[in-house]
Design a protein around this ligand. Sequence first.
Ligand SMILES: NC(=O)c1ccc[n+]([C@@H]2O[C@H](COP(=O)([O-])OP(=O)(O)OC[C@H]3O[C@@H](n4cnc5c(N)ncnc54)[C@H](OP(=O)(O)O)[C@@H]3O)[C@@H](O)[C@H]2O)c1
Length: 237
Amino acid sequence: MNMNKKVILITGGSSGIGKSIAAKAKEKGTEVIITGRNKEKLEKTAEELGIKSYNFDVSKEDEVLKFFEEFKSDYKTLDALINNAGYGYFDLLENIDSNKFLDVHSTNVFGAMLMARESAKIFINQMSGNIINISSTAGKKGFAYGTAYAATKFALKGMTECWQAELRKYNVRVMLVNPSEVQTEFSVNAGNGEREFNPTKLLSEDIAHAVISALEMEDRGFITELTVFATNPKEKK
Ligand SMILES: NC(=O)c1ccc[n+]([C@@H]2O[C@H](COP(=O)([O-])OP(=O)(O)OC[C@H]3O[C@@H](n4cnc5c(N)ncnc54)[C@H](OP(=O)(O)O)[C@@H]3O)[C@@H](O)[C@H]2O)c1
């Protein structure tokens, strides 16, 4: 897809990976729309990048439906949905808080499904579209403390495969991107504290590069799944 003048919608575009995808897409002449829950943070990013934003929570069905009504009256088409909004909740199995477990599923799984469902209606009607689900290497292999988060990202992989099977006949490309550790606010938001910058570890720009490259591939083909690791990460002593 040639990104110029295409309309792309990025959930959780106010920081980190989503913000970097938005910035790179804007450079390509794309009309970029970002979403997020924190209004102030969202508006600051939208202003900085010179793009449009909508403030809502992807895990709330009424808010998602209201957003799509507004979006459809503001835009004639949608060319790509980047299902990026998400966060981590990490604990040992014996300590898992039921509400936190369900909440992280509400955003990372239910929210992603709601956004894809409403986008798919547009894509089927126009017989074209792209969905990129931002999963994680946590969606490929489980690990200690990972029960809740890995479960959401394994679910995203399962949904990706179902949507690929359902939507290819409408020329819709559904792709999964699995970043390994990326230096964003993710760690702090997951309660793991601030980490010192490490130049050998991934940046959100690296994931944005992978996402834009996958979108830019000729429409006759698509990359089903793409995993990004740091080449030679070194732990600081
Ligand atoms: N950083 C990593 O190491 C890493 C590795 C693999 C995968 N990922 C995945 O990459 C994605 C982006 O994470 P990031 O690292 O860029 O973290 P981030 O900087 O914390 O960004 C997360 C974004 O998602 C939004 N968001 C979270 N819950 C939402 C909800 N319910 N409704 C709407 N927006 C919501 C946040 O906005 P608000 O603040 O307004 O809620 C923010 O814009 C996530 O899906 C994450 O699981 C991250």
